[in-house]
Design a binder for this molecule. Structure first.
Ligand SMILES: Nc1ncnc2c1ncn2[C@@H]1O[C@H](COP(=O)(O)OP(=O)(O)OP(=O)(O)O)[C@@H](O)[C@H]1O
Length: 538
């Protein structure tokens, strides 16, 4: 068998729904491993091929139609350590005729790739088999790539990117994310729900992660056998990446000869959302999270450079886009300052998590800080997606916060002096809803600055726009009614990706100035301490 590394651009660009951003895989430096089933394996040849890259002849989708040889191509992760070795092993296994084995667990399509001797090498998760995606094999399919997925802030088809990003950002294996890449498989039998209509079935894009031998996952055990270090390291990663999905099943447990067990974090598809969202941290209530960071951990956190990490993502995972990168910068900044103020992991995690009391979900402390920081920017914040119905009026009533009630909607004055406005916004959900959508009215002190088109653009994809002029008290009132789709319970996320660069920098500066007071307030609460009372051994 000849295994060759290809620096060419072997496949046609991967596109998705026309209204959605293109995944710019054409910009990426593809490296391809070709292998053929009818030739014998020659490992010495593999090494030679790596050191002497050569071009593949199979450079178009048309060629692929006539080429039945299996291929695997690294799209993201070719510079990451230990990725190539994993891909070579998978390539050899596939060349020997080994078939991917579907995993029964998980909501998405996942496949174990085994070597000829039966050892599992890696886990592949095709992006079109994610939960809700059209080729999902577990009855959860039907949607196009690029639409909001299980989490409103992460699009269908983009979890694989994030799995790779988590590995790239886990510097020196601090949290122990297994080697992960985004790859393209061709001529491999993954699931297709409607073969007749699927013309692109000759290849699939998938995340590929090194399989980790394990004894159980964290859901099978209580946390008392887990090492403080493992919990802290995984928690630090989750905070940086705003992981929305750190449930116990996503932490594998390896029992050593002695306690404590080693923890391995997997499944990072719901990290790095496009907007601030509600993270889920299983470790939040584990006693280890309430133990202060040790010197080495504090040193690691101090040395984290959010801007360098942002550059790393831009160069190594370019298709991820700027919004998730901003979430990374914001969360890393938050972590660094929180740790410097002496907060423990549990306190930091709690500040990032929304408060759900069974009926209402309130913004997290982190989200409230961002709302306040945005309110202090000069520009009116009308494109925040916290607003589902907007009305504007140049009639100023500066002394009043709530300026009235109309058709069941509360009316609030809004200008840049009125920083309390966005605190009020947390009460939006309690206002009477129209057509089952939360509703509010905002009065703008400065109508000319209101980019009405921008509002319409923001909501156009999924909403009904009603732009009807009316008059109130002699003042022109423009009305824009939009229904925010029900992504989550409240249909709301705080977006930070829409700001211009300069505005973003100003926002970050304001955000950082707000942090010390918030940390002091958090430290004055003693919530996490009671957890230390639980009986556990470390
Ligand atoms: N790197 C790995 N090493 C060992 N097992 C793994 C690895 N990655 C995933 N698995 C296992 O593969 C199965 C499916 O993986 P995973 O849970 O990540 O899929 P998913 O569809 O994204 O799941 P979920 O519904 O929890 O989001 C699980 O049993 C998981 O434990």
């Amino acid at each position: 068998m000849a295994v060759a590394v290809d620096h060419g651009h072997g496949f046609k660009p991967f596109t998705r729904h026309p209204r959605c951003r293109l995944l710019s895989f054409t910009q990426l430096d593809y490296k391809m491993l070709d292998f053929s089933r009818d030739q014998s394996l020659d490992l010495s040849n593999i090494h030679k091929s790596f050191s002497t890259p050569c071009l593949s002849n199979s450079s178009s989708a048309r060629d692929d139609l006539h080429d039945t040889n299996s291929k695997i191509e690294i799209i993201i992760g070719h510079a990451a350590p230990r990725v190539r070795a994993m891909v070579v092993e998978v390539a050899i296994a596939m060349a020997s005729g080994v078939k991917p084995e579907p995993a029964s667990s998980g909501l998405g399509g996942a496949y174990f790739l085994r070597a000829q001797n039966g050892d599992t090498i890696a886990v592949a998760k095709p992006i079109d088999e994610e939960p809700l995606a059209f080729n999902n094999p577990k009855g959860l399919g039907g949607r196009l790539l690029g639409q909001p997925g299980m989490k409103c802030s992460i699009r269908i088809g983009e979890t694989g990117l994030r799995e790779s990003a988590a590995y790239v950002l886990d510097h020196n294996g601090f949290a122990g994310v297994p080697p992960t890449a985004l790859v393209k498989f061709s001529h491999i039998n993954f699931n297709i729900n409607n073969p007749a209509s699927d013309s692109a079935s000759i290849y699939k894009i998938a995340s590929l992660q090194r399989y980790v031998k394990h004894d159980s996952d964290a859901g099978d055990l209580g946390p008392s056998s887990f090492s403080v270090t493992c919990v802290h390291h995984i928690g630090i990663l989750d905070v940086r990446l705003m992981n929305l999905d750190r449930h116990a099943g996503n932490i594998l447990v390896r029992n050593g000869q002695e306690r404590p067990s080693e923890l391995v974090p997997i499944d990072h598809g719901f990290c790095l959302p496009e907007a601030l969202d509600d993270p889920y941290f299983e470790w939040l209530n584990w006693p280890q999270a309430s133990i202060p960071f040790c010197e080495a951990e504090l040193d690691y956190i101090t040395r984290l450079d959010p801007y360098k990490d942002a550059e790393t993502l831009r160069s190594e995972v370019p298709s991820i886009g700027e919004s998730p990168i901003r979430v990374l910068v914001l969360c890393t900044t938050f972590l660094k300052q929180a740790a410097a103020h002496g907060l423990c992991l549990a306190e930091i995690g709690e500040m990032m998590t929304r408060d759900f009391n069974g009926r209402d979900e309130n913004w997290s402390t982190l989200e409230n800080l961002c709302i306040n920081a945005k309110a202090r920017l000069k520009k009116p914040l009308i494109d925040d997606k916290i607003i589902s119905t907007l009305k504007c009026d140049d009639h100023k009533q500066p002394e009043q916060e709530q300026v009235g009630e109309k058709d069941g909607d509360k009316m609030f004055r809004f200008d840049d002096k009125h920083k309390g406005f966005l605190d009020q916004a947390s009460h939006i959900h309690e206002t009477p809803a129209k057509d089952n959508h939360p509703s509010m009215v905002v009065k703008f002190a400065n109508p000319p600055e209101m980019p009405l088109n921008k509002i319409q653009d923001t909501f156009l994809d999924n909403n009904i726009i009603d732009d009807s002029p009316s008059t109130t008290g002699g003042n022109l009132m423009r009305s824009v009614s939009c229904s925010v789709p029900n992504y989550n319970r409240d249909g709301q996320c705080i977006y930070i990706g829409e700001m211009e660069d300069e505005e973003w920098q100003t926002f970050l500066g304001i955000f950082q100035k707000l942090l010390p007071e918030a940390f002091e307030e958090r430290k004055s609460m003693d919530l996490p301490k009671h957890r230390l009372g639980l009986s556990c051994q470390f």
